[in-house]
Write a new protein. Sequence first.
Length: 177
Amino acid sequence: MAFARAADISVGAAVVAVGITAAIAGLFWGAAAVTFLPLVIFVVVGALLGLLGLLLIRRARTRFPKETRTRTIRGAGDARNGWFAAGGIWLVFAVIILSTLPSLADRGDGIAIGLIGIIVCMALLLISAFVVPATVLGRARESLRRVAATDAHYRALLEQDRLTWHPRYGDQMYGPL
């Protein structure tokens, strides 16, 4: 149950992080092209993604996860493994992009700013995809325990679920906490 709740929250958290990345991408694109249009467009898209992510987080935090819905996570399960995955992919990507930087540097400042922006935004996207969800999933049990201890409504939902819960396999005890 804690894992299902964290999986739902991690989707919203990743969407918020992608929204922030979109706004930063607009900043780099606007600086490279010396225009405000990409900045405005990407900030608006980033703000909409951020609001959507916050709504998803709020919904996941206030609702009880459905036991019948299966959630499969194929990514990292904790923050350390998320950083390792994101760092490894980013390192390969950055080496490839930075190897082209010396030959493109004489073409103007816009190219260099654009390439640096690509490297930074790729790092932020990898953090959004690997680190943010993995961090939320790694703290699933602590988060559910904290909510059960502080939120009376959620504690009542847990108590009601405990009374009606039936194990799927064998003789398991109720144990979402």
